[in-house]
Design a protein around this ligand. Structure first.
Ligand code: MTE
Ligand code: HPA
Ligand code: MOS
Length: 779
């Protein structure tokens, strides 16, 4: 049994317990088109549809808004502006700054100013165009670099510091300074933002929202309508992807639908089409990085001074925590003996950027990996050797981060060795060099990079979860918890935990939609912690019921409680063996409660932000990837020939789901660092707001030969069945793809010059980097 967090080795005849590679609970429904998303919920009679009217300036005073023509248009039932918000207009999730509808000032091109509800979507869209707005344009700041220059921030900068970097830089035998940039990323979830608000009795609202954070949507709807929290219920069965994009920003869509529902007393649906979704909602923060690094002749970093400047857009949203997480990951897996890392939250007149898989962590890692790559190339050494030389050590040796946390669970030295061997890195490096010598146009490159990602919300209070476990007389279970399903498999993994706890087959457990009326005050499903937190809460609830059954049976049969054992759909009491459902029926007749709420909070973590010191993470998840790429140096086009991934998920609750997360995360990381490019024009207008101009990876972009393995490991911390979070960390394996491209570009100059290739490494950028190297070689 695995109750104490140990590992269950004897799987018995139980179907779908912990460790079983059962398919996603909705896999068949996903492919058959039968899974119900919010837009598929049968519409109530009288349902209205919403279209927004968006700003056409990046920064402007709004002098007047005239909605009379829109209001008079066919089918229109209501038009609202900021003046029609009954309660608090500000729906900022952590800090103020996000008006439901722009109030006197627009701060990005595409900010909603008014919303129209009409009988049909077509009528709503036609009427939204009739809203007349008078603007007084104001100067706009559009880039992080410009905002950093002007010290124009959405919140104050933070510094993390260890040792004496100034002195260590001054005495370092090698020193270099530089800057780099990396782009943002659109979430491109397949299901766009949507909310469906239904008025109920007494002014109450039931709102279906495509959100990772139903509790926050509930609270913000209540606040903007001037209602109590108990008057609003938010439900979500599943999202068609969230990727962080639905951590905070669905609230705006849900609030607009709710205001219109309250005003018209009608059900109101607000679904963004792809273009509006890309224009109106925040993305991954692009970053501008400045560094000063000192190192020795082996490439070991001796001192680092770094500025990480994230483009936040017009409001704080989650940017404080996101830039913090970038700073926390500015070491990736490397020991920085002396370091000062400063994080800046740059304010720009663009959409408010938000959570995206990795939550700033990937940006911090790209910065340090760029640096390590540059150090290695400058010294003419294999980047893998420089990476290994910089890895954290153990047991008091080079194991403390720049924010004061000791890295206790480091497995990167073994992982890199194992992947170096299994990917045949050295032999392939030589083969690539041979290939490049004989190939003037096509060049190949390889890179092997590590990932170390901190698991826990850095806002400590969010590391809690609740669950509701209901056992029926027939021995079946309804399971509810705060986790939301966005395709990642949290529902099935938590259900497996409950199946394991009761020792009943997985098909006896019905997973029910996340609903604020069942479990209150939940945290967002984010920070990869969905299964860690909700799995523990659900197990707590299930254990309470199991313990009640144990004591009931012990009393009934006159045995000690430890003579009662649950195993493989049966319950043994002494030498009696009963079916689980016989026990639940008996317990019901004896008036034993068969429901429980479970709760969990993560132990050990603390973070003193004012001192920039603490243990923000319960543990780290690790991974490594080795990628080989081939570029065409005359066109910049490329392909990925092979990628070997080794990833640490601890003791996996569901290896099939975890491997799916690793593959999906890796490919999403490839997209971010190679082909996905957001482009705003000089007026601050996003020009890449559809797949026609924004290229996401497809099946053809997946490395032709992709080999994913799970690293044999057990979480040394007492997590749910000793598993590790898997949602975000694999995204950062994509860094190996970007650096493999850099390596291939460097081959143009026979690795004698350091190439200049920031992210995303689009074919255009690869071509320019090749041209630049050729010019530098010629000059
Ligand atoms: N996987 C799928 N299929 N769809 C998603 O939207 N979101 C990612 C990751 N994997 C996502 C996904 C992000 S950003 C996070 S934080 C985690 O899943 C959230 O779920 P978890 O905490 O249950 O892992
Ligand atoms: N990760 C993801 N989401 C979050 C975090 C975090 O650390 N903090 C607040 N929301
Ligand atoms: Mo994930 S970015 O923490 O939703």
């Amino acid at each position: 049994m695995a109750d104490g967090g140990g590992i269950r080795r004897d799987r018995g005849t139980l179907k779908g317990g912990v460790g079983a590679s059962v398919p996603h609970d909705s896999a068949a429904k996903h492919v058959a088109g039968e899974a119900v998303y919010i837009d598929d919920i049968p519409e109530l009679p009288g349902t209205l549809h919403v279209a927004p009217h968006l700003s056409v300036h990046a920064h402007a005073r709004v002098l007047s808004v005239d909605v009379s023509a829109a209001r008079a248009a066919p089918g229109v039932r209501a038009v609202i502006t900021a003046a029609d918000v009954p309660g608090d207009i500000d729906i900022g999730p952590v800090f103020p700054g996000d008006p439901v509808l722009a109030d006197g000032l627009v701060q990005f091109h595409g900010q909603p100013i008014a919303a129209v509800a009409a009988d049909t979507l077509k009528q709503a869209r036609a009427a939204a165009k009739l809203v007349r707005v008078e603007y007084e344009p104001l100067p706009a700041v559009l880039t992080a670099e410009e905002a950093l220059e002007k010290r124009f921030f959405v919140s104050p900068s933070l510094t993390m510091r260890r040792g004496a970097p100034e002195a260590a830089l001054a005495t370092a035998p090698h020193r270099m300074t530089g800057t780099m940039e990396m782009g943002g990323q659109d979430h491109f979830y397949l299901e766009g933002m949507i909310a469906y608000a239904q008025p109920r009795e007494d002014g109450d609202l039931l709102v279906f929202s495509s959100t990772q954070h139903p509790s926050e949507v509930q609270h913000l709807i209540a606040r903007c309508l001037g209602l109590a929290d108990h008057a609003v219920t938010v439900e979500v069965r599943r999202m068609g992807g969230g990727f962080g994009g639905k951590e905070t920003q669905p609230a705006q869509i849900a609030c607009i639908a709710s205001i219109l529902a309250a005003k018209t007393h009608r059900p109101v649906k607000f679904r963004l089409d792809r273009d509006d979704d890309m224009i109106m909602t925040g993305k991954r923060h692009d970053f501008f990085v400045r560094y000063d690094v000192g190192h020795d002749a082996d490439g070991r970093i001796l001192a680092l001074d770094m500025d990480l400047a994230g483009r936040c857009g017009f409001s704080p949203d989650l940017s404080n925590a996101i830039v913090d997480r970038a700073m926390f990951h500015a070491d990736n897996g490397y020991f920085l003996p002396h370091a000062e890392v400063r994080g800046h939250r740059c304010k720009t007149h663009t959409v408010s950027n938000t959570a995206f898989r990795g939550f700033g962590g990937p940006q911090g890692m790209v910065a340090i990996e760029h640096l390590v790559d540059r150090i290695a190339r400058t010294l003419g050494r294999d980047p893998l050797d420089v990476r290994k030389a910089n890895l954290y050590g153990r047991d008091g040796v080079r194991d403390v981060t720049h924010y004061g946390m000791t890295v206790e669970d480091n497995v990167l030295p073994e992982m890199l060795d194992e992947l170096e061997r299994s990917s045949d890195y050295r032999a392939r490096r030589r083969a690539i060099d041979d290939f490049n010598r004989g190939s003037p146009v096509l060049k190949r490159g390889v890179a092997l990079t590590p990932v170390k990602f901190g698991i826990s919300f850095t806002a400590t209070h969010l590391n809690q979860a609740g669950a509701l476990v209901l056992v029926y007389q027939d021995g079946t279970v309804q399971l509810n918890h705060g986790g939301t399903e966005m395709g990642q498999g949290v529902y099935v993994k938590v259900a497996q935990v409950v199946a394991e706890t009761f020792q009943i087959d997985l098909d006896r457990i019905r997973i029910t939609a996340t609903n604020t009326g069942k479990v209150p005050n939940t945290s967002p499903t984010a920070a990869s912690s969905g299964t860690d937190l909700n799995g523990m809460a659900a197990r707590d609830g299930a254990m309470q019921i199991r313990n009640r059954l144990t004591h009931f049976l012990a009393e009934r049969f006159g045995t000690a409680p430890d003579a009662v054992a649950f195993k493989d759909n049966k319950v043994r009491v002494g030498d009696q063996v009963m079916a689980f459902e016989d026990v639940t029926r008996m317990a019901y007749m004896a008036r034993i409660s068969l429901s429980a709420t479970g709760f969990y909070r993560t132990p050990k973590i603390w973070w003193d932000r004012s001192a920039a010191h603490g243990r923000p993470f319960y543990y780290f998840a690790y991974g490594a990837a080795a990628t080989e790429a081939e570029i065409d140096t005359l066109t910049g086009e490329y392909r990925f020939l092979r990628a070997d991934v080794l990833h640490d998920v601890g003791h996996s609750i569901n290896p099939a789901i975890d491997i799916g997360q690793i593959e999906g995360g890796f490919v999403q990381g490839i997209g971010w660092l190679t082909m996905e490019e957001l482009w705003w024009d000089a007026g601050g207008r996003l020009r890449t707001h559809a797949p026609s101009t924004y290229k996401i990876p497809t099946a053809r972009d997946v490395p032709a030969d992709l080999r994913v393995s799970l690293f044999a490991n057990v979480n040394r911390e007492d997590t749910i069945h000793r598993s590790k979070a898997v949602g975000e960390p694999p995204l950062m394996l994509g860094i190996s793809v970007w650096l493999a491209l850099r390596d291939a570009v460097a081959a143009v100059a026979d690795h004698r010059v350091v190439p200049d290739l920031d992210a995303p490494a689009t074919p255009e950028r690869v071509l320019m980097a090749c041209e630049d190297l050729r010019a530098r070689m010629a000059g």
